[in-house]
Design a protein. Sequence first.
Length: 98
Amino acid sequence: MSRRIFRIVIAIAIVLWIVLFITKESLSKSLLISFATLNFLVFSFGIHGLIAHSIRPPNTKGELITFPLLMWVLWAIMFLLFVFLIIPVYCPDFLMDM
């Protein structure tokens, strides 16, 4: 049941990204960045929740640290892709006019 919820959250985030991409001309730059950031957070919540419910729990304390490290690395990669690939699509000069 929880995997289904996280898949629905991911689907909603993707649909919101498409809607935001279509309506980006009618919104201000600060509003676009705010909505895109919130959408990124919802998407990363869905991805992390889906992965967290797909991985088996660690058997030993030595394996306990690998899960948070992997999740942090995944989030860092997703954040870099968001900042350098997705936001420039919505706002090509987003760092220049702020």
